[in-house]
Ligand binder design. Sequence first.
Ligand SMILES: [Zn+2]
Length: 241
Amino acid sequence: MSLKMMCVVAHPDDECFAFGGALALAAARGVETYVLCLTDGQAATNRGASESGAALGAIRRAEFAASCGVLGVRHHELLDYQDGRLEFTNFSQAAGRLVERIRRFRPDVVITFGGDGGLNTHADHMIVSMLTTAAYHWAGRAKRYPDLAQPHQARRLFHLSTSYFLPERQPPQPVPWTVTLDIRTVQSQKTEAFRQHVSQAPLMEKTKDTFERYGGYEHYALVATAEPQPARLTTNLFEGL
Ligand SMILES: [Zn+2]
């Protein structure tokens, strides 16, 4: 049976600018991938030609689907949480929706943001990290959400880290990485996925130099595992699976 990886993000475009390399590499080696995005990005600074939040949301849903297609993502889903407001969401309810999806998809590996919120320290990214971390652990426990499908304990949880910061931004405090992913073989795919987010083109322009300089690698930290072990440096999210 092929391995499965689930990636949980906050906004359309997180899947490519943050996790695009990991997703494309996984797809290339036959791993079944699933991206779950919690909001449709209605609060974005860059609004394209849209005249309302709902219109922008619809545009960004389509862009998200196109980007997932480029990254070889097998399943993608967008929930209806409000962009920019995740910290005010009921934690237990939102985690329950993630638990349900983990139990249905039954991933081996789960990846998400770190508690720092990624390069732009977005509060939605922080909350996604915390919700996904709780859901990762709770999905395997029969006593948690007993009415939501059969428990499933995924075997590895990784948080996104970084080896660089964005210029002119107050830097995050990233979790120290344990995985260095060489994504150079799929880097053009990652860029192509980003290009599908036409409404976010100004953001792409702004981050172009940084990604050209550092974009050959993504960094992740192993933060939970099914077997007790010391931290080890690796170049593979699926080592030992
Ligand atoms: Zn985001």
